[in-house]
Design a protein around this ligand. Sequence first.
Ligand SMILES: *Cc1c(COP(=O)(O)O)cnc(C)c1O
Length: 436
Amino acid sequence: MATQTPTRTREELAIDGGPRAVPQGAVPYVRHGVDEIGSAEEAAVLDVLRRKAVFRWQDAEQSYVAKFEAGFAQRTGARFALALNSGTGALITALTAAGIGPGDEVIVPGYTFIASAAAVILCGAVPVIAEIDDTLTIDPDDVAKKITPQTRAIMPVHMRGIPSQMDRIMELATTHGLLVVEDSAQCNGGAFRGRATGTIGHLGCFSLQASKTITAGEGGVVVTDDPKLYARAAMGHDSAMSFWRKLSAEHDVALGDVPSIAGSGFRMSELQGAVAYTQLGKLEGIITPMREAKREILEATAGVPGLRPMRVPDPEGECALSINYLLENAEEAQRFAKTLQAEGVRVGTIHNEGFPDRHIYRYWDYVLNKVPITPTRDPWRDPRYKGKVEYSPDMCPRTLDVLSRTVSVTLNQRMTEEHTPLIAGAIQKVAHALFG
Ligand SMILES: *Cc1c(COP(=O)(O)O)cnc(C)c1O
């Protein structure tokens, strides 16, 4: 009895049983900084432990935290860089330094990690949620619509390594006399028109948490060019900063005669500093291959049917963490992602019904419900707050629409010209099959 064996062609989709365009193991799938941790980080941490200098001010001369700050300032071109123990701490510290508090509104995008909004609330201010546009970053036109007499600051977030439209944001801020606090947690190493993200606004914040481009497990940075903002940030991150300053000529000068304020416990430890300093040296080596891979894949897939790479405000400056496509509708996005995934490509959609992604405003439960931190720490019902912000899960329809239609192909630093043709081939195969 003859058995029917279906003939498989190279073009037959893997999801239908055809061969994968990217064979198992043919493309390395690694995480960013966390998978670059190696002997250099080990040596630096051991050095800290052997010297027993785990606290920044124990051996200020040889402090890794200080070396990290100097290196970070140099790389970004910022006049001052302050290392902290988290990105959220950096945001709280920057907002506090800027004088944001009860009565104030801060405009944040509807697509960012919930910590951006949480930091505003922790400072006693009210987050106002604005739409993103087809760049995945805050929509300047919607920001303009959301400005009220209460608005004190705009917080553009450079999501997924994509710089926000900082020209438009800064223009709005200047016109309306607002502060700009950049959340560059996901865009360490990025730039907008030649200036490092984080250094374009009045203050910029970064994260070194494990999922970011470079990492110390946890960690954060605040950058600014303004000595007074720096002094307030330095004191705001450490309750005893004005005492430690005497141990550091640099801090003594920077703090100058800015009045001392109460601070938090957001210091970076030397163990973190040792890893952060080592990883800083690896940043270029992580971003450059991703930019190269993105260029190669986009070139090889130019003109493929049905696929439009999303607009990037400054392609030169983006970190190229992913290639993003905007599909016609959510169903098509899901189908494209699933089919491409079956070919062996690391790809996904951003907004899925049923998955409460904390990066999408509709799942920010304590924000949408205006939940006070304590009965008296309540930005929305504070008598000093004269605004009347309203939230609802469908208040930013464009954000939800864009996110539900976005398909994101993840890139990493180990992808070389040996791998990019395979990924490009898979994209072409699926696009031709679905939209050809
Ligand atoms: C990671 C992240 C943060 C918070 O950083 P932590 O170091 O985790 O506190 C803030 N904003 C964005 C956009 C992030 O991705």
